[in-house]
Write a protein that binds this ligand. Structure first.
Ligand SMILES: [Zn+2]
Length: 194
């Protein structure tokens, strides 16, 4: 079984500078003995989603299947997932979505993606490549907490509900963003669970 567990998640969140309070909030949503438990990828200790290196095509197939399973369960929970280059353009995330402690190793495209419900990027790292949220629609609460971006664009992205950017780092040269929201952006703790 995949060895990715609470302790590993905790150490990732610490590394990414999350406060103890946030780490406690995140971990309190998981059972004490939580671990991934998916089947290991090739001969490794981790599943294809938590393995550092993997074949992007195999990942894509496994991920598409995983999305279907998660949709049935009512949430997209990508805790600690390590994404190779991935294209989420035009993808509709119909359920609450959490990229807690996730890592994007390469270019990531959320162009015109629609997040129907809450989406959380907590301790998420986009490594040295661009993350595009151009024309993405965020219909529920959005929180980027201790998210590390290299180069990103939010141009023409629309935020329909509360937006929280807290402790977000932009390491790269380009950052384009025009917040376009019907509501104010109070610094509010988003609700977990669900
Ligand atoms: Zn795993």
């Amino acid at each position: 079984m995949c060895a990715f567990n609470r302790n590993e998640l905790e150490s990732i969140l610490k590394q990414r500078g999350l406060s103890d309070d946030w780490i406690n909030i995140v971990l309190s949503g998981l059972p004490d003995d939580w671990s991934c438990r998916r089947k290991p990828y090739r001969n490794g200790e981790k599943c294809i989603f938590h393995a550092e290196t993997k074949d992007p095509n195999e990942f894509k197939d496994a991920f598409n299947q995983e999305l279907k399973d998660m949709e049935k369960k009512g949430k997209f929970d990508f805790i600690g997932f390590i994404f190779p280059k991935i294209d989420f353009s035009n993808t509709i995330f119909s359920k609450p979505t959490r990229f807690v402690g996730a890592t994007f190793q390469a270019e990531t495209d959320f162009m015109q993606a629609i997040f129907k419900e809450m989406v959380l990027f907590i301790g998420t790292e986009f490594q040295l490549q661009s993350a595009r949220f151009t024309k993405a629609h965020f219909e529920g609460t959005v929180a980027f907490i201790k998210t590390i971006f290299f180069v990103t664009s939010f141009s023409e992205a629309k935020f329909h509900d509360f937006v929280l950017f807290d402790g977000v780092e932009f390491l790269g040269g380009v950052f384009s963003m025009k917040l376009n929201s019907k509501k104010e952006y109070p610094l509010r703790t988003p609700r977990f669970g669900g």
